[in-house]
Write a protein that binds this ligand. Sequence first.
Ligand code: 3HC
Ligand code: NAI
Length: 664
Amino acid sequence: MTGTTADTAPAAARPVVAIDRHGDIAVVTVDNPPVNALGQALRQGLWDAVGTLDADPRVRAVVLVCAGRTFIAGADVTEFGKPPVPPHLPDVVARIEGAAKPWIAAIHGSALGGGLEVAMGCRFRVAAPDAALGLPEVTLGIVPGAGGTVRTPRLTGVEAAVDLVTTGKPVRAPRAAAMGLIDAVVEGDLVEAAIAFAREALTRPLPPPVCQRPVAAPDASFWTEQERRIAKAAKGAVAPLRALACLRRAAEASFDAALAFERETFLDLRGSDQAAALRAVFFAERAAPRPAHLRDVAPLPLRRVGVVGGGTMGAGIAAALRDAGLPVVLIERDDAAVARGLANLTALFDGSVRRGRLTPAQAEARLAGVTATTDYAALADADLVIEAVFEEIGVKRAVFADLGRVCRADAVLATNTSYLDPRLVAEGLPHPGRFIGLHFFSPANVMTLLEIVPTPDTAPETLATGFALARALNKIPVQAGICEGFIGNRILKRYRAAAEALVRRGVPIAEIDAAMRGHGMAMGPFEAQDLGGLDIAFLQREGARQAGQDVPETLGDILVRAGRKGQKTGGGWYDYQPGDRRPQPSQAVTDLLAGQIAPGAAMDRAAIADHLVAEMAAEGEAILSEGIARAPSDIDLVEIHGYGFPRWRGGPMFAAARRAAVAG
Ligand code: 3HC
Ligand code: NAI
């Protein structure tokens, strides 16, 4: 090593930026674990490296590479709440772009946000085949702040840039090459390949720096159409439209003017409520899979998994396990049910093929990894068995009696119950320390939330295995205590009851749904019930009534008793025309509920949404005070990942805390 910027790093730490020379090519290595985020020391290191190498007459080109698992993954998000310290990233990128020697970014892992912006400041970009490149800023409530919206269209054209910048979705290297975002996909040793690329590039005239390349401006109708499309998809998130405005400026104004506009937008959004909410969600999501209280607990191995029940949930869970590469034994109660379970699984994999997520060969391999049988003996060697049979305590207990007999004493045994008390399900099970609730959400191979419900007997390593499973399945785990509905369904119950209370006060059903959609929810509470079916909650209430509990009659009960169970019966809270999922206000519902509803109350949509979200947060507070949830951010993750709560609002608990802070 002939030169480093170790002086910018803390004493005794490895240099964040190091320089090696390979003949006339310098290699600048960034080493800022865990993800080479662009904190101040790294920005300074890159700034200094340009100066050092520009001044070195032996160097003809510079390869920029990163140590560790990834290329630069972006700005350091932990710095966003603090005053910015120079050198600022746009200046660093401009300095690399203006360097006397051409820089070549050699990308592995992920080049995201500021990381991709640094790469776009380089004269060339090469990447390993499995590298990912993207501008995820909008998912953090901001826009790229160091030239991403201005340089991307100069490399890819405007249309591809709109996609990259307004969705925040990364692309793999081969696609990036096809778009013009990178110059080459390189195989083998990345540094060697990049040095070879540099030598070859030096034999020809250099292309101009990206800032000097032209961009073709689409006409006004293109922008109007994009605005309409993006506003619809954003459901209230502001960053995607602001990013589009930056791209339009990039296409229509000079490079410098567009850069200034982008920076102004970035700084404006960085301090916004939406960005604060999305940052909180970002860090909560990253913390969730590895909770601090289990740091010193090793999970048990997960090599073979059993699923009992191949219905809606069992098939979905089995598909999720197969997607993670785990072999699955699927147990059903008789041969016909085995065939139905396999058909359910086949339908799920076929769906993935139709959506282009799996090739037919991959789908076949997924299915081939499932052994479906009625014989519990097939579970003798399973490390984990997840029960997803009917929601009836007797049926579940019988299943666990069988599992207790056939499974290894150290096999983790889990129930997917929604509402039953897991302690009752586990009653009489030998080795109860291995029992746990694993509450998946439907469809289980798609929904990212997993509620993990230990009983008082659950051993720490069993709990840690639940979290390890979530990591293997790429799900967001949230630990929940035992109560009716755990975290998510308990809040859902309060939310629905509060929405019904508004209906009783005379607020129109359609107004409530519109208000919640306007708030950014995927659906309103009533149309969501029509989609899922009103009968599930009805049956649960009926069960409680039969068990002697005092459960008052709900408006939903009145509808179910009249045969209105939702879309599947042609009507629930709304009417539906055959083949049409659009809800139509229903005279039949008005008539059925007539005696229950006060004459029309006026409530504007914002007030409706505020009221219902406050109800969710109030239930969340109760859940916290009872120790059912461990932190407000856990409740927010449940609502965002399980119930379609808008990410950009941070979740009901975040929103309530924010409102309380503003109110002083
Ligand atoms: N800033 C600060 N910390 C970050 C970070 C970032 N940009 N990205 C990740 N981290 C931290 C995580 O919080 C986590 O910390 P922990 O170990 O203390 O929990 C650690 O790095 C590892 O992260 P992951 O567990 O997510 O690691 P993976 O290997 O699974 O994933 C990754 C790596 C794909 C890079 C993923 O971390 C990621 O997507 N990061 C976010 C990237 C991003 O959003 N970049 C854009 C930032 S905004 C920007 O650049 C603005 C610019 O335009 C000016
Ligand atoms: P389902 O009725 O679609 O499937 C249940 C399956 O279990 C059927 O295929 C049935 O043949 C099988 N089964 C019944 N007794 C069995 C036995 N003794 N041995 C083996 N298989 C048996 O029900 P669904 O919706 O899949 O629910 C299953 C469990 O998941 C329930 O506890 C439910 O509360 C829970 N759950 C359901 C969700 C949903 O949205 N449907 C969401 C989260 C949890």
